[in-house]
Design a protein around this ligand. Structure first.
Ligand code: PMP
Ligand code: GLN
Length: 385
């Protein structure tokens, strides 16, 4: 039996490929985005206690009320608006699920969805499975800011939604207030939805604020905000996230979520509900990651790579085009095998696999590991031979 594939163009993700190569080659893995250090022991203890004390059955479909309430409160503290935790906040099994459910809730056959690229790899399959049509708009080369004229030109009568992502994976670009205002102006007279991927909401640097699109009063009615506790609290393997959206959007979102997973891991929800009661636990995250960004950027200056320090996320993009014209995929492979440092080729984030000779590093690692990787990267010239 051979099913007719709904995603015939999709293979194994680059994150899986590069992480496996890193393991096989004994390389330092700065490819797939996951922290190389543990979570706060307080959080781990909470999870252990809730599992031991009988919090192990299905939770309510939309998430436990305590976690929804404290998440709404966090949104008030960080973004200045209080979503209604009853019917505007849903706990899901990771931001990937949130994005999938949001897309599925609104996209019908033939609907166009604007995707700014380079883009995270889960957007396109979600759109395609729902028979939507991704319309790609390139971000500006070099700094990955948004070319708003291009977005405007891409909007047409069939545009149903725009996918946004700030802080941005892979580039680290963080949207400014002007970016958010411009988007609000562009969609004001339309019925376009926004699916806003904000998984790195707590990882911004140099006092840059994160502007959630849900916080903008002209965007709120049309926006699904997708978040991830995995990213914020260094526990990507827990696969727990959320979607904040106004009531009519949440209603449709939950209709899908109900039959994708029904509900999300119970003891972790209780643990997070208690953990989030102390705002410093998320307010301290930017400084924590900024130190790592700085260590990585300082070290990278000692190599031949060109880069602009990341503004947010736990990624740093670097350019090698002035050194060699080998493809970014080949470079990533050779770097892993020969220098024993794994990275991600940025071309994989483009629909056309456009190769601008850029690679992405994940600096969510212990400083000693970053230092060792940086030491190895000083020998880059060996790769061009
Ligand atoms: N969006 C972006 C931009 C990401 O980098 C990730 C991380 N994998 C996700 C969504 C998915 O998050 P989660 O692991 O919570 O599903
Ligand atoms: N978001 C992670 C990255 O960009 C990968 C997550 C995954 O492997 N699906 O590296």
């Amino acid at each position: 039996m051979q099913p007719v594939s709904k995603l015939p163009h999709i293979g194994t993700t680059i994150f899986t490929i590069m992480s496996k190569m890193a393991t096989d080659e004994g390389a330092i893995n700065l490819s797939q985005g996951f922290p190389g250090f543990g979570a706060d022991p307080v959080l781990l203890e909470l999870v252990a206690n809730y599992t031991k004390n009988g919090f192990n059955q299905y939770s309510p479909m939309s998430g436990i009320p305590g976690l929804r309430a404290v998440l709404a409160e966090k949104t008030k503290i960080t973004q200045g608006y209080l979503p209604n935790s009853e019917d505007e906040v849903t706990i899901v099994s990771g931001a990937t699920e949130a994005i999938f459910c949001a897309v599925t809730a609104i996209i019908e056959e033939g609907d166009e969805v604007i995707v700014l690229e380079p883009a995270y790899d889960s957007y396109e399959p979600a759109i395609t499975l729902n028979k939507g049509i991704p319309i790609y708009v390139p971000l500006n080369p070099f700094d990955f800011s948004v070319d708003w004229d291009k977005v405007k030109d891409a909007i047409g009568p069939k545009t149903k939604a725009i996918m946004t992502n700030s802080p941005h994976n892979p580039s680290g670009y963080v949207w400014t207030k002007e970016d958010v205002d411009t988007l609000a102006e562009l969609v004001q007279e339309t019925r376009i939805y926004i699916i806003s991927d904000e998984v790195y909401e707590h990882i911004t640097f140099d006092n840059r604020p994160h502007f959630s699109l849900g916080a903008h009063q002209d965007l709120r009615d049309r926006t699904f905000v997708c978040g991830s506790f995995g990213k914020t609290f260094h526990v990507t393997g827990w696969k727990i996230g959320y979607c904040i959206a106004p009531k009519p959007l949440t209603l449709e979102f939950r209709r899908i979520h109900q039959y994708v997973t029904f509900s999300t891991v119970t003891p972790i929800q209780f643990a997070l509900a208690e953990y989030l009661e102390v705002p410093d636990r998320y307010l301290s995250i930017p400084a924590f990651y900024e130190r790592k960004r700085n260590v990585f950027a300082e070290g990278l200056k000692q190599t031949e790579l060109e880069f602009v320090p990341s503004q947010g996320s736990f990624f740093q993009v670097a350019r090698y085009g002035h050194l060699s014209k080998i493809s970014d995929r080949l470079l990533a492979e050779r770097m892993t095998k020969e220098l024993k440092v794994a990275c991600i080729p940025v071309s994989v984030f483009y629909s056309t696999k456009k190769d601008d000779h850029l690679i992405r590093f994940c600096f969510a690692k212990e400083e000693s590991e970053l230092q060792e990787a940086l030491e190895r990267l000083k020998n880059l010239q060996n790769l061009w031979l």
